[in-house]
Structure formats: structure tokens, C-alpha cells
Ligand binder design. Structure first.
Ligand SMILES: *[C@@H]1O[C@H](CO)[C@@H](O)[C@H](O)[C@H]1NC(C)=O
Length: 194
């Protein structure tokens, strides 16, 4: 009688290893730390992404597990709408010391802060345009910020959304291939009569 837990055929081990390596790469890509920043795993799960004082002029692509995001003392002027929509764990954001351009292009950041850390709205100072200069973002009304014509939710229009979707698709495909491979590997090629 055959044992139910048969050893894998040696010929199957190489492709299985390759698939596992591919899945590992995909999981790394989903967590990749932006080149300009340093990332540190938090005890409470998630990542602390430190991009302070790096001269950034645009928001870097952020890992999905970002929990604390430090952007202080850069040259950021705006945040694209939907920029934090793929970061469900994000709860702490330090964006002080940036030359924020407080027009409609900052409406998303304004809304995000209102929802997550309203106290920070008074700490962010606008650098421009004229009538907003030197005022805290929290002092500007929605009317003063204006609207750029985009609608919430705009996350499907964000490149990061499609990147995440592609990673999930590759991961699911990889797992399905691995499962199929393991199943076919356990079936004996030629039945060995005892
Ligand atoms: C930003 O720069 C200012 C002035 O150099 C400094 O006082 C402040 O501590 C810096 N903030 C952070 C969070 O590094």
C-alpha cells in the first residue's frame, strides 16, 4: 500500500522552488521601501516610513503597510488626490516644514487630515498662493481651497491602484500554479506494483 503523504518527485522541486521565489519577489515588491526613505517595522505591525528632510518634491510610492509616514522638511507642494487611499493602516502623518501650495490640489490632504488627524491641520502652514501664505491649512475654508474638478473616490485613477491589482493577480496566479504543480507531483507517473 502507498503512503498517502508521498514525497514530491525530484523533477517537480525545481519549478516549485522557482514559483515560491516568484511569490517571494511579489511580496517584497508590495512592501518595497521608497529609495529616498528609510523603513522600520513597528512592533504594532506596519511600517514607519521616514522621508524627513530628503528634498522630496513629489510623494514617493509608499508600501501598503505604511502606518507612520514622516514627510517633514521636504519641498512638497501638493498631494495627488487618492494618494493615501491604498494605505488603510496609515494613521500618523507628519507633513510639517513643506512649502504647501494651498489651492484645490491640496483638498485631498485637507480631507484626509480632517478624517484621521484633525489636530495636524493647524500645524501645516501654506507657503502659497498669495492669500493663503503663512496661514495654517486648517484655517482655510473649502471655498478658499476650491475644487480641481476631481471626484472622490478617485483611487481607481491612481497608478498605485493598478500596481496593487497587478501584484494581487500575479500572487493569485502563482498560488494556483503552485497548488496545481504540487497536486500533479504527488501523482505517481507510473504505478509501481507491490
Ligand atoms: C525640520 O527643520 C527644522 C529647522 O531646521 C527643525 O527645527 C525641525 O526639528 C525639523 N523637523 C523634523 C521633524 O525633523
Amino acid at each position: 500500500m502507498r503512503r498517502s503523504a508521498q514525497a514530491l518527485q525530484p523533477a517537480c522541486l525545481a519549478p516549485a522552488r522557482r514559483l515560491l521565489f516568484l511569490l517571494w519577489l511579489v511580496s517584497r515588491a508590495a512592501q518595497a521601501c521608497p529609495a529616498a526613505c528609510t523603513c522600520q517595522a513597528l512592533e504594532t505591525m506596519g511600517l514607519r516610513v521616514d522621508c524627513e528632510g530628503r528634498g522630496l518634491t513629489a510623494l514617493p510610492a509608499l508600501p501598503a503597510h505604511t502606518r507612520q509616514l514622516l514627510l517633514a522638511n521636504n519641498s512638497l507642494r501638493s498631494v495627488p488626490p487618492g494618494a493615501f487611499d491604498h494605505l488603510p493602516q496609515l494613521w500618523h502623518l507628519d507633513a510639517t516644514g513643506n512649502p504647501w501650495h494651498c489651492d484645490c490640489s491640496l483638498a485631498y490632504l485637507h480631507l484626509w487630515l480632517e478624517d484621521h488627524m484633525p489636530e495636524a491641520l493647524m500645524q501645516l502652514r501654506c507657503a502659497s498662493p498669495g492669500q493663503a501664505a503663512h496661514r495654517p491649512l486648517g484655517r482655510l475654508t473649502g471655498y478658499e481651497l476650491g475644487s480641481c474638478g476631481w471626484q472622490l473616490p478617485a483611487s481607481w485613477g491612481h497608478p498605485r491602484f493598478w500596481w496593487d491589482l497587478a501584484l494581487v493577480a500575479v500572487a493569485v496566479l502563482g498560488l494556483a500554479l503552485l497548488a496545481g504543480l504540487l497536486r500533479s507531483c504527488r501523482e505517481p507517473v507510473t504505478p509501481t506494483p507491490k
